[in-house]
Design a protein around this ligand. Structure first.
Ligand code: DX5
Ligand code: ZN
Length: 226
């Protein structure tokens, strides 16, 4: 929680799935910091995306941090597969099961950075009980499941509460959903230091014209620091 330049993590949920490898290379070359991977199971969230095999296929294409956001329940049976696939950060949802502490312990035991994500209706307080295990907290600023939704204003207060709970600990405070050059400065002001963005990056270009991606990433970073 010391960096003033926020981490920008494009979410490939908004990429062209027929050209996923080219899309990852394009945002990498366009200067992103991490690659955000939205894993959905059609059970915890009402949409289905991809699993460890796709993460494994993307791993050799980039040296950037692979940031796996698991919107799956249960998550525990799949943690090892995502670790072996090459995810660097594995984030699970607090609402995905009764044993958040156990899931985070399992991620740490696999040698990965551990994150917890909170749905919009989940209170900040849950984070306090697992702070010692966390490398990242992800505040959802939309209901998970789909890209292109509107930012939920009420989450700004939650971001600020969690920022206070984190204090000086080296825990990344990430936000995901509806992040644009308009909302980015507000979440950063509240305390976020890592921004996930799907539509606002991938709608700005294509794998063939990554200069659009570069402009979108630069605009987000600039807006966040303004
Ligand atoms: C939503 C995903 C997000 C999504 C964000 O469930 O977790 O990562 O891709 O998309 P935008 O940036 O379009 O709101
Ligand atoms: Zn996500």
């Amino acid at each position: 929680m010391t960096s003033t330049v926020p981490i920008i993590a494009p979410s490939i949920l908004a990429a062209d799935f027929a050209r996923l490898g080219d899309e990852v290379r394009a945002v990498d070359q366009a200067g992103c910091d991490w690659i955000h991977l939205d894993v959905m199971d059609g059970h915890f969230v009402p949409n289905i995306t991809f699993g460890p095999a796709v993460v494994s296929a993307l791993r050799p294409l980039t040296d950037k941090v692979l940031d796996a956001h698991l919107m799956i329940a249960p998550c525990d049976p799949y943690l090892e597969a995502f670790a072996k696939a090459g995810a660097d950060i594995i984030t699970v949802h607090a609402e995905a099961g009764p044993h958040l502490h156990r899931s985070l312990m399992a991620i740490k035991a696999l040698g990965k950075r551990a994150g917890v994500s909170l749905n919009p209706a989940t209170p900040a307080a849950i984070v306090a009980e697992v702070l010692d295990l966390l490398d990242l907290v992800l505040v959802m600023t939309v209901n998970p499941g789909f890209g292109g939704q509107s930012f939920i204003e009420s989450q700004l207060e939650k971001i600020a509460q969690i920022k206070q709970m984190i204090g000086v600990r080296p825990i990344t405070l990430q936000v995901d959903g509806g992040i644009t050059p308009e909302t980015a400065p507000r979440v950063v002001q509240a305390g976020a230091n890592a921004l996930v963005a799907g539509s606002s990056i991938f709608n700005a270009g294509s794998a063939d014209s990554p200069e659009g991606y570069r402009a979108a990433i630069t605009a987000l970073r600039a807006a966040a620091q303004a």
